[in-house]
Design a protein around this ligand. Sequence first.
Ligand code: F0G
Length: 368
Amino acid sequence: FEDFEGEGSGVWRYHAALPFDVGVTLPEGDTPLHEVPRIEEAAGVDSLRVKHEGMNPTGSFKDRGMTVGVRVAQEVGVDRLACASTGNTSAALAAYGARGDMETLVLLPAGKVAAGKIAQAALHKARILEVDGNFDQCLDIVQDLAARGEAYLLNSLNPFRLEGQKTIGLEIMEEHYADYGEYPDRIVLPVGNAGNTAALYKCFRELVKSGAITEDQVPKLTGAQAEGAAPMVEAIHEGLDETNRWESVETRATAIRIGNPVNAPKALPGIRETGGTAVAVSDEEITEAQRELAGEGVGVEPASAASVAGLHKLREEGEIEADESVVCLTTGHLLKDPDAAAEAGNDPEPVANSTEAVLEHIGAESSS
Ligand code: F0G
């Protein structure tokens, strides 16, 4: 890890592990690794930290990949950047494209993208196409556009995106070691297209290869998916290969409403070879975990909370041991999906415009 000391902030501090020294930056990375003592106790594990990737410039981990991806696009000299997205990739692409002064085109599944994400893509001036189909179908179309030379593809199929996302793993390993003198036993993360899982696995393989860590210090990669969109979980438990896909998917966690995880060929070996596993959680469990995180002051969007929901489930099943140190990844910020947050039922209470009325409303002693 000494190679990483020195210039640059966030992602680009790790340029020794990246294809360039600097990128189109806002800047990204350097996100908090929160202590969450109440969730730690409820889950019953030795230690639990939450790596909150919602604290990136556009509010999700996608920024780490986009800073590298857009830099590559500039090197290659393309005119138009494009992605399919459940929302966060489109927000990141729009912002980094704007930063790099490039044209951006995003394809979104109509009616299935959270409001905050569309607002970001719109204000950063992406051209937004709402497709009457799901994310997987949007990605098929973007791949066709790229094959015809109409756009440079910046989904996680683009390997340079994953290079940037490796830095999540580098930050976790460095900070966890600094705090505890050891690496985490396990990382639990929400899985959609499985790009992050693939990126973390590549990160750990490179750390082993460089001699920075040993094979037995690699954290167990543990994926969490929504029950209504869980082809990776099925593949892990049924021993299926990377071609396993679900035609029809549904979940409140729209960010991970994905049936054809295109990075499965890179991610499934990561889960299997690190001794990890995959777990499906219900929308109710996701909501519960989202509120639990909010109760520790950590505001995340629903998909992000799948990691904490997954931890609870795997602890109950005895799959995760009590003596483990665990890091849960939360991938996107609460404000991404204000409608989901409003469903917490904690609605504003109308009150008349006077101190007396407010005192009476809150049941204060001095109201009489
Ligand atoms: N969490 C959030 C908040 C996401 O936005 C995504 C993916 C994931 C988890 C899953 O990550 O694909 O690397 O397994 N969102 C993509 C998008 C698909 O278009 O924003 P993954």
